[in-house]
Ligand binder design. Structure first.
Ligand SMILES: Nc1ncnc2c1ncn2[C@@H]1O[C@H](COP(=O)(O)OP(=O)(O)OP(=O)(O)O)[C@@H](O)[C@H]1O
Length: 363
């Protein structure tokens, strides 16, 4: 899967820019704060409908403007495909080959993408939100209907939260039970999906991590559903937990049971990575996970996704960098950002200079 051409209008610090890419490795070089990451972010946004960095689209609009517009020409399975994303007045309009799409799931997963940035370290040391976001974004690319489930589940959460906070006490418990039924239905499906895809990623990242640590350390990744590592146990207990916690939920006015509180647990040699992993081990975990994601997509889709590496090479030691560069050899196209201080390898196909929201081709 490849990007052939990208046009940006009023996106971040780009007023108007047009970039032609090559197959193979494309490097974007420039000083700090010139707009290298913004190029990768725009591509990720086009392909997933989400920014990798912010939750509000408003932040993506060039300051002082009221809309942004992105156009990308892609190729996959020897076919070309154009995607367009227009954000105006808090509304998002997405088109595939000029035809408007009604739902995010109509286009997400058409062209797959893996984004790897230094901020990914938050997936180890940060809170569970980042880890749930990672697994949900991965599932969405493999199985776009997961978006419907998440949306439906979030709507139920909102309704239930409003009910818990409302001052009307009569029939409150029976109304909560109605929402709990839906929470159980959508929530169980989300748990199954997350568990299934975590299993796949876990197996592959375990292999990669073992190679990165020369067989000295073992990585284990588990999805923890409702506090349980055993998914069947979690699903069996789910209805009982909803019932048991109802009183407490009404008193505290928060939703205590459901996959919105679940987590991914990384362990190295049986010890929690969140608590004990060194910087180097954290980087190896993320590298293993991202490469596992590449392989998982390749296995399921038959083509490698587009790989976006945002300033990660300078963060890795020589061994891990060489491992990564070797691993990505068979990938059709990789876009890499780096600062001007770094020396791009001879293997690159295209080199671009990024300067104050302009991209110029060096070769
Ligand atoms: N909505 C926006 N409108 C205009 N400019 C913006 C907007 N959002 C961010 N910027 C600008 O974009 C620039 C940051 O771009 P980006 O993150 O792509 O930098 P970079 O070249 O990757 O830098 P680094 O090497 O430091 O990571 C900053 O100068 C920032 O002020």
């Amino acid at each position: 899967m490849e990007i052939v051409n990208l046009k940006l209008y009023n996106f971040r610090n780009y007023e108007k820019e047009n970039i032609h890419f090559s197959s193979g490795i494309n490097v974007f070089q420039g000083e700090n704060g010139q707009g290298k990451t913004n190029v990768l972010e725009s591509i990720y946004y086009l392909l997933t409908g989400k920014s990798y960095r912010v939750r509000r689209e408003q932040e993506l609009i060039l300051w002082g403007k009221n809309e942004f517009h992105l156009f990308g020409d892609f190729s996959a399975y020897q076919r070309s495909l154009s995607l367009e994303s227009h954000y105006l007045d808090h509304r998002k309009i997405v088109k595939i080959n000029q035809v408007p799409c009604k739902k995010l799931s109509d286009f997400v997963g058409t062209i797959n993408v893996v984004f790897f940035s230094p901020d990914d370290l938050m997936m180890v040391k940060g809170g569970p939100v980042e880890r749930r976001r990672f697994i949900d974004l991965h599932i969405t690319q493999m199985y776009p209907r997961h978006v419907h489930l998440l949306n439906a589940y979030n709507k139920v959460l909102q309704q239930k939260a409003a009910l818990l906070k409302s001052s009307i006490q009569s029939s409150k418990a029976s109304n909560i039970e109605i929402w709990n039924e839906q929470l159980l239905d959508f929530g169980s499906k989300i748990i199954r999906n997350r568990w299934h895809y975590t299993q796949i990623l876990s197996k592959k990242s375990q292999e990669i991590y073992s190679q990165l640590s020369s067989g000295k350390e073992e990585l284990a990744i588990n999805y923890i559903a409702l506090g349980h590592q055993n998914i069947e146990k979690a699903l069996k207990e789910f209805p009982k937990m909803l019932e048991e916690k109802m009183q407490q939920e009404m008193e505290r006015q928060i939703i205590l049971v459901g996959p919105h509180r679940d987590d991914l647990n990384y362990q190295i040699n049986g010890k929690s990575a969140r608590l004990f992993a060194s910087q180097g081990q954290q980087r190896s975990i993320i590298l293993s996970l991202k490469l596992a994601e590449l392989e998982a997509i390749f296995k399921e889709k038959g083509e490698y996704p587009l790989l976006l590496l945002d300033d990660v090479l300078s963060e890795l030691d020589i061994f891990r960098r060489d491992y990564l560069l070797e691993f990505i050899q068979p990938i059709n196209q990789v876009l890499i950002t780096m600062t001007s201080a770094e020396k791009p390898s001879k293997k690159i196909k295209s080199l671009f200079q990024v300067d104050k929201g302009h991209v110029g081709r060096i070769h």
